[in-house]
Design a protein. Structure first.
Lengths: 309, 555
């Protein structure tokens, strides 16, 4: 597989996941504030912006509408939903012969419809927009699942998606620790990940902070938990390069992810929760290291050589 | 005649000399739209005319909307002055009967063979110069003549893997060659996608026609590319398509061909040359490339040989090709043979190399280097079309009858300064075809670009081609870069052929009894379903809350 194509697919996976997760987080955030008027809107908004890597400037508002504007529609902020979807389209376009026609059509139709949807959302009713984003991402995931060969291209796509999911879930959890919501906010957090029902079926008791974090960090079966996503990323890496020596792992990215995963997996629940924010920050750093290492190893950009004097 | 064909019933002034594809005067045989008397559809257009005539304006609008959505979703667009537009496909297909097509096909094959021989000759022994048929000066003064291609023969001798020969029909309906494209002719993806869109949007139009398929073009192309591979590659030659990148106006086509052939689509930065061997950078290291179907122009292909500032190519590519380690398709330097200065001599090339009379005539052309012809042209600029010899895509072309006096005097000065740089042709009344204009079917001028693939054994012409249509009323410029559209081109199978082919391939009609029966639903779902639904309904009616022991559905 061409390095350039692999890189495009990896980023296609990342950007689509980023758009979807941002939509999930904002959808729940926006409506939580409406449903629960005791929530401190400004503090929650600031915490959210902070954890999404976009600290609010003092003159920016951090009410629900401003936060939505900043994280969903702002074309000047590279992490917004609109920009993520555009970046996903750019990457799909460059890798068009490597994705199935159905996938390309899905990405392209999403990109085509985006300006209209943004206009319709109009700032006042963003739910329809978030729902649409989640649906388009789900359609793309379904199409790739059912139309893409499980070749290296698929593995890079899933690798990007899984790494981004780890990162976004970690951010979401960090946001929960940074806000003022207390236990009541955990239902919201679970809902962001579509994990609420799954949590209830698993624990069969009311939501509290420690079991909710435990679920989102360590659950072995839920596809958006940190553990599950780390495992998925590791599996992709080991399939991309199946040569494993007799001892140890010589792929740096796999080592980063494996160590991070083991630290979560083999901690007691008490230890884990005692310093969750610190561990999450550490995990995000490891993901970023793994990303750099993947890029270094597989995407080696060619130096641009210009032959003119 | 349906309402939508109203423009053909009257008011057709200004279309007096063109051949119309669909209509003819009845019972006369002039075929043009002038004179009196009612129009009637030609024999091979009857079913199509009938089907289209049955449509109402709102039907047509709905089909247009479906077509546009389909093109937009797929991102089938081209850039026009920096803006991405969906490629406009007209709803009325062009129909070419089998016998007419045979003329086109044999003429295109003949022309490609002659041009191949010409290229091999001028980059090799140069017999044609010695025999005085074409002056050496004319060839070597062409900006597309590259010494880098001289004295080198490609592995299977083929330089023109893909050719696009532009044809028009004159007022008598005869096909004539307007232009040869031997470098990187584009448009085949639109041929295939147009067909796909038409079968989706207008299935009923295909009804009684046996239209020959165009979708196997990529397979033919891949076979021709493999056949051109250097000897070391054996059967498993690695083929790649080289594109300038996503911002190129034909990027869709590059990616389409790569996808349909199942080969890598590379950009210059994906390639690396080392010791005369070309590799592409993959996730598992460097992989050797044997054949490159390149859609990058000669001048950008190799910064060591051509433009040093080019980032689109790969340094060392040409030396690798000359060392026989990689095949470039189409070959470098082909432009000299589709140069407009060579064009007037192609009939002579056919006679010289093949000893045959040309099947397809040229459009009457003046060679401006001849002082007599040049003087004549300068006197009649307002009646002729002048084309710069190194232009393509309709840029720089001047249509005398439509030009202002000022434009003509500027043109005259340019021609006097550089007669080698121009050719002049009579205004060809391109044939017309009914084209949907938003309200009705009106005549618009069209041309035809058939595509030929040469695998070294045989020149294959895809049964179809790109019919381009000049959408503005009266316009003769069909290039998509100048606001042209396209039509699906239907080449009809000869009578009886389809059935024979079907029999030969051993296919049988579907026998409905052969299918396996679907298993009847069994198990708890089927057994319990009815009872469960009834109980749930009762539950609702009674309005009782379910008790804890009621959790498992009773079956």
């Amino acid at each position: 597989m061409l390095s350039r194509i692999a890189e495009s697919l990896y980023w296609l996976g990342r950007y689509v996941e980023r758009a979807e997760d941002t939509a999930r987080i904002l959808d729940v955030h926006f409506h939580l504030l409406l449903e629960d008027r005791w929530v401190d809107e400004t503090a929650t908004g600031r915490a959210l912006l902070q954890v999404m890597g976009r600290p609010a400037a003092p003159q920016d508002g951090s009410d629900a509408l401003s936060v939505t504007q900043a994280l969903a529609f702002d074309t000047a902020y590279a992490g917004s939903i609109v920009c993520s979807l555009s970046a996903a389209w750019d990457n799909a376009r460059g890798a068009r012969e490597a994705v199935s026609t159905e996938m390309w059509e899905c990405v392209n139709a999403t990109h085509e419809a985006l300006p209209r949807l943004v206009e319709d959302a109009g700032g006042q009713m963003p739910h329809a927009f978030f729902r649409w984003v989640k649906e388009r991402c789900a359609i793309l995931a379904g199409l790739s699942e059912s139309t893409m060969s499980r070749d290296d291209g698929w593995k890079f796509l899933v690798l990007g998606r899984s790494l981004e999911r780890v990162d976004m879930t970690a951010r979401l959890l960090s946001a929960r620790y940074g806000d003022s919501l207390g236990q009541a906010g955990w239902v919201t957090t679970l809902r962001c990940c579509s994990a609420y029902e799954s949590y209830l079926r698993t624990y069969q008791r009311a939501v509290d902070g420690s079991s909710a974090s435990e679920f989102l960090v360590l659950d072995r079966l839920f596809p958006r938990s940190l553990y599950f996503s780390l495992r998925a990323a590791e599996a992709c890496l080991s399939e991309i390069d199946p040569r494993s020596g007799r001892a140890g792992v010589d792929d740096a990215a796999r080592r980063y992810l494996g160590q991070a995963r083991a630290q979560l997996e083999f901690s007691s629940a008490g230890d884990l929760l005692a310093d969750l924010p610190g561990r999450l920050a550490h995990l995000q750093d490891r993901c970023s290291d793994a990303g750099a290492s993947i890029s270094e190893r597989y995407f080696r950009p060619a130096a641009i050589v210009e032959w003119s004097a | 005649m349906g309402d939508l064909f109203e423009p053909y019933c009257g008011g057709l002034t200004g279309w007096t000399r063109a051949w119309d594809e669909m209509f003819e005067r009845c019972p006369g045989t002039t075929g043009t739209l002038d004179g009196g008397g009612p129009l009637s559809p030609r024999q091979h257009y009857l079913p199509l005319h009938h089907a289209l005539g049955a449509l109402s304006a709102s039907d047509v609008e709905a089909r247009c909307a479906a077509r546009d959505r389909s093109f937009r979703d797929q991102g089938i667009t081209f850039s026009l002055s920096g803006e991405e537009r969906p490629f406009p496909l007209d709803l009325v297909p062009r129909v070419i009967p089998a016998d007419e097509w045979e003329t086109v096909r044999s003429g295109v094959v003949q022309r490609v063979r002659a041009l191949e021989a010409f290229l091999a000759d001028i980059y090799g022994p140069g017999r044609i110069f010695d025999d005085g048929v074409v002056p050496r000066r004319l060839v070597q003064s062409s900006p597309h003549f590259h010494r880098q291609a001289a004295n080198f023969s490609p592995p299977n001798g083929v330089r023109v893997q893909v050719a696009g020969i532009d044809l028009v029909r004159d007022a008598q309906g005869r096909y004539r060659v307007l232009e040869d494209n031997l470098r990187t002719p584009s448009g085949i993806s639109y041929v295939i996608e147009n067909r796909r869109a038409m079968t989706h949007v207008f299935p009923e139009l295909f009804g009684s026609y046996r239209v020959r398929a165009v979708a196997d073009y990529p397979a033919h192309l891949l076979a021709a590319l493999r056949a051109a591979a250097p000897a070391h590659a054996g059967d498993g030659a690695t083929v790649a398509v080289l594109t300038p990148g996503v911002h190129n106006s034909a990027y869709f086509e590059h990616s389409f061909l790569a996808r349909q052939m199942g080969v890598a689509l590379v950009e210059g930065r994906d390639l690396v040359c080392r010791q005369g061997v070309v590799y592409m950078r993959t996730t598992s290291g460097e992989e050797r490339v044997d054949v490159i179907y390149r859609r990058v122009d000669d001048e950008y292909l190799d910064p060591l040989q051509f433009r040093p500032g080019s980032l689109l190519g790969c340094p060392g590519l040409l030396n690798a090709a000359r060392a026989g380690n990689v095949t470039l398709a189409n070959a470098v330097g082909n432009g000299v043979a589709d140069d407009k200065a060579i064009y007037p001599r192609v009939p002579d090339l056919v006679r010289y190399y093949l000893g045959e009379e040309p099947v397809l005539a040229n459009v009457d052309t003046y060679v401006l280097e001849d002082p007599g012809q040049c003087a004549h042209v300068l006197e009649h600029l307002d009646e002729l079309v002048l084309k710069p010899v190194d232009g393509s895509g309709g840029y720089g072309l001047v249509i005398g009858p439509q030009a202002t006096d000022e434009e003509l005097s500027v043109l005259a000065a340019k021609v006097r300064a550089n007669p080698r740089g121009w050719i002049a042709q009579g205004v060809v009344q391109l044939s017309t075809s009914p084209t949907y204009t938003g309200q009705a079917f009106e005549p618009r001028h069209i041309d035809l670009r058939p595509f030929a693939v040469n695998d070294g054994e045989k020149v294959w012409v895809v049964p179809g081609g790109l019919t381009r249509v000049a959408l503005p009323r009266g316009s003769l410029v069909v290039n998509s870069s100048q606001g042209g559209g396209s039509k699906d081109t239907w080449v009809l199978a000869p009578t009886g052929q389809a059935r024979e082919r079907l029999a030969a391939s051993g296919r049988h009609d579907y026998d409905g009894t052969a299918g396996r029966p679907r298993p009847a639903p069994v198990g708890p779902v089927a057994a319990g379903l009815v009872g469960q639904q009834q109980q749930q309904q009762q539950q609702q009616q009674q309005g009782q809350p379910r008790s804890a022991c009621d959790r498992h559905p009773p079956c």
